[in-house]
Design a binder for this molecule. Structure first.
Ligand SMILES: C[S@@+](CC[C@H](N)C(=O)[O-])C[C@H]1O[C@@H](n2cnc3c(N)ncnc32)[C@H](O)[C@@H]1O
Length: 210
């Protein structure tokens, strides 16, 4: 298989594994505050390869949990501080179709509360491969802002590359006002070249402490 093709196949397999773990973690736990729309913020999303899978899975889980026949629409916002990644995500996903609206925004996750663009409450804030090792203080702020952006029954979901980094992020989230709901290990996660680093190795879900 050529390099490019192999890379695409790996990404697709990573996505299937992430989907399986999200179903495990989020089943029976998601509700949309609005009767018609599920609002998802994918923060620090980079190129946001998970956008399509994430909106589809979260929408299904929320619909099942509501026990409704009618479908929910999804308002999906992907945000990252890097412009290049956001324009690639926007190019790949487009504006959305079949009940999903995508918006990709260049945002500093430490300054969301100052942002008129992101006023709405989100049912899910998702942070994939948080980077606590690269700046703990910055991530404390980003997690605090993520919790602030949640609707009253909203959930913050994170994934991590490393066990230890995951523990640090969990501690940080609890410190800034999150309550851990569940923490799971992805035993099928793909190992990367760096020792101990795996794609979506750990996942955790939090609610905002009242
Ligand atoms: C390890 S990467 C993960 C990217 C993507 N979620 C993924 O799983 O491939 C961490 C991401 O955090 C973003 N980031 C770092 N600081 C940020 C901030 N203050 N606001 C928004 N995004 C930030 C980086 O630009 C980068 O895309």
């Amino acid at each position: 298989m050529a390099g490019d093709q192999r890379h695409r196949a790996q990404l697709a397999a990573d996505m299937k594994r992430l989907e399986k773990q999200l179903r495990r973690l989020c089943q029976d736990r998601l509700r949309s505050a609005d009767a018609k729309r599920l609002r998802v913020l994918d923060l620090a999303c980079g190129e946001c390869f998970e956008a399509e899978m994430l909106q589809r899975v979260l929408r299904q889980l929320a619909e099942e949990n509501h026990g409704r026949e009618q479908s929910l629409d999804v308002e999906f916002v992907g945000a990252d501080i890097r412009e290049r990644e956001i324009s690639r995500a926007a190019e790949r996903c487009g504006a959305g179709r079949q009940g999903v609206d995508y918006r990709f925004l260049v945002k500093d996750g430490q300054k969301l509360s100052q942002d008129a663009d992101l006023e709405e409450d989100f049912d899910v804030v998702f942070v994939r491969h948080q980077n606590y090792y690269l700046g703990g203080k910055e991530w404390h702020e980003l997690f605090e802002q993520s919790l602030d952006k949640l609707a009253p029954e909203g959930k913050l979901v994170i994934t991590s590359y490393f066990d230890h980094e995951h523990e640090l992020a969990k501690g940080a989230i609890e410190k800034v006002g999150g309550d851990l709901i569940e923490d799971i290990a992805n035993r099928e996660a793909r190992a990367l070249a760096t020792k101990g680093k795996h794609v979506d190795k750990r996942l955790a879900m939090f609610r905002r402490r009242e």
